[in-house]
Design a protein around this ligand. Sequence first.
Ligand code: NAD
Length: 266
Amino acid sequence: MTVMGVSGRMGQMLVRMIAQTEGAELSGAVERPGHAWVGQDLGQMMGGVASGVRVTDDVAAALDASEVVIDFTRPAVSVALAQQAARAGVAHVIGTTGFAPEELAAIAQAGQSGRIMRAGNMSLGVNLLVTLTRQVAAALGEDFDIEVVEAHHRHKVDAPSGTALMLGEAAAQGRGVALDQVADRGRDGITGARRVGDIGFHAIRGGDFIGEHDVIFAGPGERIALRHVASDRALFARGAIRAAFWLKDQPAGEYSMLDVLGLRKA
Ligand code: NAD
């Protein structure tokens, strides 16, 4: 397995979790050109003993030596990697979030010839929450207002989170509407009364929150709240490694964590 963005919060967690996973082997460690870790021993850079794995900025060489690449970086990096991995016949697990619609289209295009698993959240709990959100939204009428509230650490660069968007998408699917027609992001000022059917998004940023998501269904006289709290980043790394094992045996296509976990039809 190759880890892209190996010095990042998720990159380092992946290296640790791969070392603890039977049958998984780190064959490549990639960082961006010019990064201080490039050319250095990975283990030493992570504050431990020499590992014999050297950090590289040569993506093609790393892909050559791998069956699968796990990528938690930035949208533009993941789009380019999707195309390169598809050409190289290497399965690509994408955890990056914050893609623009045209970037998602480029990934879908790469998924016609390559094997891609892309998920804004790799945890079992969140993917179960996605399924529950769709079911609850389908069961309740529009007199229940849907709000998605999320909290993340101060370094996160995109809002709402990829997970919040997955949850909003699931709620919209449950209601049989297109999310971009009903999404209302981060209200501010004299916004007027809430439009019936809107799905609201709110992002809290601060401290060291790993990731918390609430989907609130607020109806007349009662409220339902579905909540997920991530308390350890290892959760996402374990999910990504599980996805990597699953993906290398699939035919070309773009998959999600619902496919990996067998929740697609739930
Ligand atoms: P981070 O900033 O700590 O790490 C990103 C790493 O990518 C950095 O080390 C950076 O140098 C590296 N990078 C940038 N350009 C590169 C290039 N061209 N080649 C190789 N490496 C490059 O960020 P993070 O907290 O690890 O999060 C990364 C992404 O993963 C974000 O989009 C975040 O939202 C997402 N994320 C997803 C999940 C999930 O379950 N899907 C969980 C956590 C984080």
